[in-house]
Design a protein around this ligand. Structure first.
Ligand SMILES: *[C@@H]1O[C@H](CO)[C@@H](O)[C@H](O)[C@H]1NC(C)=O
Ligand SMILES: *[C@@H]1O[C@H](CO)[C@@H](O)[C@H](O)[C@H]1NC(C)=O
Ligand SMILES: *[C@@H]1O[C@H](CO)[C@@H](O)[C@H](O)[C@H]1NC(C)=O
Ligand SMILES: *[C@@H]1O[C@H](CO)[C@@H](O)[C@H](O)[C@H]1NC(C)=O
Ligand SMILES: *[C@@H]1O[C@H](CO)[C@@H](O)[C@H](O)[C@H]1NC(C)=O
Ligand SMILES: *[C@@H]1O[C@H](CO)[C@@H](O)[C@H](O)[C@H]1NC(C)=O
Ligand SMILES: *[C@@H]1O[C@H](CO)[C@@H](O)[C@H](O)[C@H]1NC(C)=O
Ligand SMILES: *[C@@H]1O[C@H](CO)[C@@H](O)[C@H](O)[C@H]1NC(C)=O
Length: 739
């Protein structure tokens, strides 16, 4: 037993010793390396020797470094990239001047280093990192490298390499792709630090920028999905007075990972080694999608993969050439809708979760805070945007400012990606956002009030059996706002006297009906225009400004399903909404005909429509024409999915989500889902909807809504019950323009 153990130890020692004695990792001045021999690094990770990229039909030999354990001998570095040696005649040696020279026996060098530091005992060593270094054998510090291959990378970045610039010497280390798979000479695809000065990395094709990572913002690059939490490597970007570079390191010695450029595909790929399958696996690729292409959307465009077209103008901007924009020709980019006016005061609006624009004339400051940054940017009229430079740690720090057009912005969806950018717009652009800062409940009450108007219209349509024309309008709510801003729509405030005259002092004859929010009267203005006046109950207890704001907001929303709101009237505690009256009216005949009035009950199928309208209002998207890149289906399906995933508030139109009261928002989504249940008996009645909106009582859990998993987007909102009267199916609420 004991003998066996000693035998084992001796064997191990012998194996170790024989291995150590047959693999060398250094050559000294008196030695040389000829074709057929290799240096193998101490830990056995890398080998240095001669190779042919295309073994079958070429005599071309190159000196290179490859993974020793990889059966395919993946090459990571090449010395004589542009000067192949014809046949196996190459020799590597160290000259007395300290130069490393690669030559064909006794002829001129095909490659040499520029080092001229003369040392007595130069030693060339292949380190286990894959770095080939020249050092002085008498120097007790083995870290003192007189020359290293890591300073002259080929197409591959290895752990510990720095890709970037030494600012003291302007020495630039960048990767350059092989021309093609059998020719290691440099192609025109390169990867390095953006030399124009901003802290980010750039992939160039020739002299053209091809892909930018976006600013380094502390936790990563703003244009790259966060990969911090991966189990294989850590990465860092060093940016100080002396150096600016990107580097990465492995989390464990047993792992392997490399970054390599590919000229044919114009990509930068990262591979990691899978020890089980003994293969390289693709970990990531840049550019990774269409939106990564540098400047795709032109100046002031924002590339959003979840939208069609993918190129959108930044808020406050419109396409410079709308016709070309429509044909996916985005290079013209976008221009301000309203010209800036630096003197009278522009404002800044927040664009969230984006990749930073490319900086051409960088202005960055590491210690400023965001407030100082804003002040600095406001002062200089040519400053178009600013942002934090480092978003890590609560408040963020540092300041980056952009001058001129904002190019190469990409929209991310997840909060962990991208950064917040503050862009300069004309002060009036921000007005709407301010108006939106009213509580959601205050928004919803008048929406319901407006829906009463809708009810009247529905009745009218039934009465006349008018054929509804399908109308396609693909602008979403946001576009609508922009348009409304353009038209500078003003909402009238009616004098109480005017209303009194128009409605003949709210005479009974003019009363059209009564809803939960109060009676509705028909009226005629002095100019002959017919109006409908809704006298809201006095119990709402709202302040004057709140009321005005919400009226303006409904006017802005102008949902196509609603009757057009003309204005409002405030008198003492009276609050009135003034709508366009539907001409050719047979409305009154409905309202005052007992039998037909029955039809005015909220018809539970219209609760369904209400649910959809509410979802549309909340999400700012239309059910029809709803588009989401990764998901097929319609708006209900999308919101239901978010609901089941426990993140329903993601469904909210961005500014509601930012400014609204979250519990109220969730409650409204909850109620909407109840309204769109498959079976009518599961839908609440309209009056309970009103109660639900106004109370905090617990709500029943919604089941899976109707109309999920439709193959195509809705054409209309059909009644889910086939045996319901056909007249109901005629009412295509979504496609009907109420004026
Ligand atoms: C390489 O060498 C072989 C003979 O050794 C010769 O026939 C061939 O022409 C050479 N090729 C080049 C490109 O010089
Ligand atoms: C190279 O030169 C050395 C002496 O300088 C000589 O001994 C050797 O034979 C030469 N080799 C060839 C291949 O010419
Ligand atoms: C030596 O210097 C020249 C000119 O500066 C440069 O082009 C070449 O790449 C350098 N060679 C090495 C191996 O560094
Ligand atoms: C680049 O990618 C192509 C296609 O995947 C591949 O065939 C080629 O070998 C790659 N080139 C290099 C230099 O690795
Ligand atoms: C820059 O960063 C590098 C790496 O962290 C460090 O070695 C160097 O001393 C720094 N230079 C300055 C001026 O801070
Ligand atoms: C080696 O090359 C072959 C053929 O290209 C490929 O199938 C295999 O996965 C490669 N092995 C490794 C370890 O990359
Ligand atoms: C662009 O397309 C939209 C929708 O298709 C259309 O409404 C608009 O008029 C078009 N604009 C121009 C300038 O063609
Ligand atoms: C605004 O900033 C730019 C870029 O830094 C600079 O060239 C210009 O002089 C500044 N203008 C003013 C008024 O400060």
């Amino acid at each position: 037993m004991k003998m066996g153990f000693y035998f084992y130890i001796v064997c191990c020692f012998l194996i170790f010793f024989s291995k150590a004695s047959t693999t060398i990792d250094t050559i000294s001045r008196s030695e040389s390396l000829t074709d057929g021999k290799t240096l193998v690094s101490n830990g056995g990770s890398f080998a240095l020797g001669f190779f042919s990229p295309d073994t079958s039909n070429s005599n071309n030999r190159y000196l290179g470094i490859w993974y020793h354990n990889d059966p395919n001998q993946t090459v990571v570095w090449v010395a004589n990239r542009i000067n192949p040696i014809n046949g196996s005649t190459g020799v590597l040696k160290i000259e007395s001047s300290g130069k490393i020279v690669l030559q064909v026996q006794n002829t001129t060098a095909v490659w040499s280093t520029n080092s001229t530091v003369s040392v007595e005992d130069p030693v060339l060593q292949l380190l286990d990192s894959g770095n080939l270094v020249l050092r002085d054998g008498n120097d007790i510090n083995p870290e003192n490298h007189l020359w290293q291959s890591f300073d002259y990378p080929s197409d591959t970045m290895l752990p510990g390499m720095k890709i970037g610039v030494d600012l003291r010497t302007s020495f630039d280390r960048r990767l350059s792709a092989w021309k093609n798979w059998d020719d290691p000479s440099p192609g025109d695809l390169t990867y390095g630090v953006e030399l124009e000065g901003s802290p980010e990395m750039v992939l160039m094709k020739g002299l053209e920028k091809y892909y930018l990572t976006g600013l380094w913002i502390g936790s990563g690059f703003s244009g790259v999905r966060d990969v911090r939490s991966n189990p294989i490597f850590d990465y860092d970007f060093v940016w100080n007075k002396t150096e600016i570079y990107f580097t990465f390191s492995l989390k464990s010695k047993s792992l392997m990972s490399r970054v390599v450029l590919n000229q044919t595909e114009s990509v930068r790929k990262r591979y990691t080694w899978n020890p089980e399958s003994q293969t390289w696996e693709l970990f990531s690729m840049r550019p990774s999608d269409y939106c990564d292409r540098y400047g795709l959307c032109g100046p002031n465009g924002n590339c959003d993969y979840n939208k069609l077209p993918v190129c959108q103008c930044l808020t406050g901007f419109r396409p410079k050439w709308p016709k070309r924009w429509n044909t996916s020709e985005y290079s013209g980019g976008c221009i301000h809708i309203k010209p800036l006016n630096c003197q009278t005061g522009d404002e800044f609006i927040t664009i969230r979760r984006v990749k930073s624009p490319a900086i051409t004339n960088p202005w960055v400051h590491k210690t400023m805070n965001l407030k100082e940054c804003k002040a600095e940017c406001s002062r200089n009229c040519s400053c178009m945007a600013y942002s934090n430079l480092d978003v890590t740690g609560g408040d963020g720090s540092g300041c980056a400012m952009w001058f001129g057009d904002l190019v190469d912005i990409k929209q991310f969806q997840s909060d962990s990606d991208g950064m917040d950018l503050y862009i300069r717009v004309s002060a009036s652009e921000t007005e709407l956002k301010k108006k939106a800062k009213v509580k959601l409940a205050i928004i919803l009450a008048p929406v319901i009030a407006a829906l009463l108007g809708l009810l009247l219209v529905v009745c009218y349509i039934r009465g006349t059996r008018r054929k509804l024309e399908d109308e396609v309008e693909d602008k979403n709510l946001e576009d609508k706002e922009n348009k409304d801003e353009n038209e500078d729509m003003e909402l009238a405030v009616f004098e109480f006297d005017t209303i009194i005259q128009a409605t003949d002092t709210f005479s009974f004859r003019n009363k059209l009906g009564e809803g939960g929010f109060g009676p509705v009267y028909k009226g005629t203005l002095a100019n002959g225009q017919e109006i409908a006046v809704k006298r809201l109950s006095k119990s709402s207890g709202q302040g004057l400004n709140e009321f005005k704001n919400e009226v303006k907001l409904i006017a802005k929303l102008q949902h196509r399903n609603l009757v057009r709101l003309l204005g409002c009237c405030i008198h003492g505690e009276e609050r009135m909404l003034v709508y366009e009256y539907m001409p050719n009216g047979s409305l009154d005949s409905f309202i005052f005909d007992q039998t037909r009035r029955e039809e005015l009950t909220w018809l539970k199928s219209d609760v369904f429509s209400f649910g959809i309208v509410l979802l549309e209002v909340i999400s700012g998207r239309k059910n029809r024409g709803f588009y989401h890149a990764n998901q097929s289906g319609n708006l209900i399906e999308h919101i239901w999915r978010l609901w089941t995933e426990g993140k329903p508030s993601d469904a909210a139109y961005e500014f509601l989500a930012e400014t609204g009261d979250v519990p109220e928002l969730l409650r409204s989504i909850h109620i909407s889902l109840l309204c769109v249940q498959q079976h009518p008996e599961e839908r609440p009645s309209m009056s309970s909807v009103v109660l639900m909106l106004g109370s905090h009582n617990e709500l029943p859990s919604p089941k899976q809504p109707g109309f999920l998993f439709y193959n195509k987007p809705f054409e209309a909102y059909p009644s889910p019950d086939n045996n319901e009267s056909s007249s109901r199916n005629e009412i295509s609420l979504s496609t009907f323009e109420a004026r």
